[in-house]
Ligand binder design. Structure first.
Ligand code: UDP
Ligand code: UDP
Length: 438
């Protein structure tokens, strides 16, 4: 969802600005959330033309990786040769493509081969893009030394502990994709990125000033891309409506970050101890289709009954944007997926960061530097067995909800974010610049 949501938002933004947009869809999707999201998008915006991309046969058992999302990206990459036929059958003819970073090295040569410009949409932070751009050169110098702290030229050092875990293994499927995609960035016609200047000026300057790697195409900030689809309220929002203003902490780890049952129990106890009202989205499996166990079984029989006066626990999809914009919400315990960070920024909601996998520590660092929240660096990370205890979690949640200084600085960033996405703001101008090129 972290990749799909910004693509949907970009499609709508371009269509709103009178571009004729075709949207390449792939069925079946890994998660139900993805297929529902695509279906809702196409129903709400019939002017977006769906192009159904049928993938070539793919055998996942040939790979050591078990991450279903990495494997799906690989399956799409290996179907790149089928793209020209899909494009040739499209009327009116396609004049440019916007492609996800995960597909870059497979798709760029094919798109150039049919004489079309190819832009990338980088759906994460500029800090992460700088790591992606520098990593191929870095890894080439390491021989057998493995990955340590990575000094990004012209920017800062990403400590070893913040490097996504798969990148420590040169044979991991994600590492292969990441290095190949990083190597080909220079060949793109441009790189759109879902960030904004007020949050990541330094990284954007380093990328565009040729400091990170020479010869990159323009990196154009166009974020945070605005959510495209409304929703019908639902029971979660009704519950929020009944809570006092700025009293609720929202707890979610995004669409693909699962938590162990032991850790979940401690988190539950922490939220209870915090004394704060809370809305907690529980996720115990990486892929939503596999969530089978009931909440009672995960959290214990009496938990929900005990907290029902001030806590709502849900399992399944919630409308996060609507939650973050709700007047009752004034804190967010987040894994720091990049979309979550930028959505919190847009609504000026302070974050307590608990990054768990992938780029989330890199993002948490950007978020904390930007004055949007607190990051407890010692809390557990992928590959670690450590369970963070409830009393510690409760204390930090209370701190998040009571810190007036933090609330003010998050609100300040919120105002900057709103400004960035107006037509005359830095990201609004970025989008206009891109449409000009089209
Ligand atoms: N999201 C949502 N409801 C959920 C879980 C996620 O609306 O229950 C949305 C969230 O608002 C964001 C995206 O899905 O737009 C998740 O992207 P993010 O980069 O935050 O994290 P990821 O899921 O990729 O780890
Ligand atoms: N990423 C990248 N190059 C790639 C694939 C991914 O730079 O070839 C970035 C991606 O945008 C994200 C990070 O690497 O910032 C981690 O990707 P992952 O798929 O683990 O997490 P997600 O994108 O779901 O948050």
């Amino acid at each position: 969802m972290g990749h799909l949501a910004p693509f949907c938002r970009l499609a709508v933004a371009l269509s709103d600005r009178a571009c004729d947009v075709s949207f390449i869809t792939i069925q079946p999707t890994v998660s139900s959330a993805e297929s529902r999201h695509v279906a809702t998008l196409l129903a709400a915006f019939p002017r977006l033309r769906p192009l159904d991309f049928r993938l070539a046969d793919f055998d996942p058992s040939a790979f050591a990786s078990t991450d279903p999302f990495f494997l799906r990206f690989e399956a799409i990459r290996r179907s790149a040769h089928l793209l020209p036929a899909l494009l040739a059958a499209t009327s009116p003819p396609v004049s440019a493509l916007v492609v996800d970073i995960s597909l870059a090295s497979a798709f760029l040569p094919v798109v150039s081969g049919v004489g079309l410009p190819c832009y990338l949409l980088f759906t994460a932070s500029a800090a992460m893009l700088s790591l992606c751009a520098h990593f191929p050169a870095y890894i080439a110098t390491r021989n057998t030394a493995g990955v340590g702290d990575v000094g990004i030229p012209g920017l800062r050092t990403v400590p070893k502990a913040s490097i996504p875990l798969p990148l420590h293994d040169p044979n991991n499927l994600f590492t292969t994709q990441f290095v190949e995609n990083g190597r080909i960035l220079q060949k793109a016609d441009g790189i759109l990125i879902n960030t904004f200047h007020a949050l990541e000026q330094e990284a954007l300057d380093a990328l565009n000033g040729g400091k990170v790697v020479p010869g990159l195409p323009p990196v154009v900030a166009i974020g945070p891309l605005k959510p495209a689809m409304g929703c019908e309220g639902g029971s979660t929002l009704l519950w929020l409506d009944a809570q006092p203003a700025r009293s609720v902490v929202y707890v979610s780890f995004g669409s693909r970050t699962a938590m162990s049952v032991d850790q979940m129990k401690e988190l539950g106890s922490g939220l209870e101890r915090s004394g704060c009202r809370f809305l907690w989205v529980v996720k115990s499996k990486v892929v939503d289709r596999e969530e089978e166990v009931e909440l009672e079984e995960l959290l214990g029989e009496e938990y929900q009954e005990r907290v029902k006066e001030r806590g709502l626990v849900v399992k399944g999809w919630v409308e996060q944007e609507e939650i973050l914009r709700h007047r009752a919400v004034s804190g967010f315990v987040s894994h720091c997926g990049w979309n979550s960070v930028t959505e919190a920024a847009l609504h000026g909601v302070p974050i307590l960061a608990w990054p768990r996998i992938g780029d989330q520590r890199v993002n948490a660092d950007v978020m904390a530097r930007g004055g949007l929240g607190i990051w407890v660096k010692e809390w557990s990370w992928e590959g670690e067995e450590k369970v963070v205890r409830g009393d510690e979690i409760g204390e930090r949640v209370r701190e998040l909800m009571e810190d007036e200084g933090l609330r003010a600085s998050a609100a300040r960033l919120g105002r900057e974010t709103v400004k960035a996405v107006t037509v005359d703001g830095s990201s609004g101008k970025g989008l206009t610049e891109f449409i000009g090129k089209l």
